[in-house]
Design a binder for this molecule. Structure first.
Ligand code: MBD
Ligand code: FE
Length: 299
């Protein structure tokens, strides 16, 4: 059985590469790598060649998500599993694999139409120490937990859950949130490693493919420093500092230069082995800047 092991990389389309260069480095602390191609920048969070590619093309959305499998055997088994489930995919050419800095990849789409890639063998530049874009106390928490998590647009939550289950993720509805309009939001969270969730959906209609990317620092002081910088630069904060009930991470959500959210976090716990649900967060996460698709009552 082949299962994905981590959310390994992301591609984003951005209209303002210069603003992104500054935001990724000076606010988040990521290492910006410019290889002179002109149409893209790479963001490093660890020793990988990159974890995020910023493609200059103007649509300011998710371009693709890369899910990792362990190696070539799992890569072959995944193709058999997708074929048996009648899920269309193409095998990336050698040039496409080189472009992503992986040994092999598949290209497909999830039920929400989000471009999805399944890969093995990322290029890891062990000779090139991670050099943060601003001083950092610690590191980004990646390793076997991958980049972090994304909240995606899915019109059919059940179909999405089935698709990601086929890929090897597990999860369920983890909150019942009573909305002012009388509806109950039932966000669905899924994991494939120790990270409490790597993907989530079910927050209702969304303009973009992605609502937010969450990543995590190993050191609380880096979250605090990021928060100070965001406040000093007067960047919109959609959800104030607070602690989630499910992953118990201390996080806040602020706008990125593409007008969707990055969730900066620290201190998440691992997924409990049995499913639970919550009706609110532990503390904080008050709504502030509206219009980012996170105007939900988490407390
Ligand atoms: C999360 O990471 C999140 O984004 C929401 C909305 C709820 C719980 C955990
Ligand atoms: Fe989140």
């Amino acid at each position: 059985m082949s299962v994905v092991t981590e959310l390994g990389y992301l591609g984003l389309t951005v209209s303002d590469l210069a603003a992104w260069r500054a935001y990724a480095a000076e606010v988040a602390g990521m290492e910006v790598v410019d290889e002179g191609e002109g149409d893209r920048l790479y963001l490093r969070m660890d020793l990988w060649h990159h974890r995020i590619v910023l493609h200059a093309d103007g649509s300011d959305d998710l371009a693709y998500m890369g899910w990792r499998v362990a190696g070539p055997q799992e890569f072959a088994a995944m193709q058999e599993k997708l074929s048996a489930a009648k899920i269309p995919f193409t095998v990336g050419t050698e040039a496409e694999a080189r472009e992503r800095r992986v040994l092999g990849l598949l290209k497909l789409a999830d039920p929400g139409g989000n471009p999805t890639e399944i890969f093995f063998g990322p290029q890891v530049d062990t000779h090139k120490p991670f050099h943060p874009g601003r001083p950092m106390f610690g590191k980004f928490l990646t390793g076997s937990q991958g980049i972090g998590h994304c909240i995606l647009r899915q019109d059919d939550v059940e179909a999405a859950a089935q698709f990601y289950e086929l890929l090897g993720l597990r999860g369920s509805v983890e909150y019942l949130l009573h909305l002012p309009n009388g509806m109950v939001a039932q966000p669905y969270f899924m994991h494939c490693n120790e990270r409490q969730h790597s993907v989530a959906f079910g927050l209702g209609p969304m303009e973009k493919r992605i609502n937010h990317l969450m990543f995590e620092y190993t050191d609380l002081d880096d979250l605090g420093m990021a928060h100070d910088i965001v406040r000093e630069k007067k960047i919109d904060v959609a959800l104030q500092l607070g602690k989630h009930a499910n992953d118990q991470a201390l996080t806040f959500y602020c706008a990125n230069p593409s007008g969707w959210l990055w969730e900066f976090g620290w201190g998440a716990r691992q997924a409990p082995s049995q499913q639970e649900y919550y009706t609110r967060d532990i503390f904080g996460h008050g709504n502030e800047a509206a219009g980012y698709g996170m105007d939900i009552p988490l407390l």
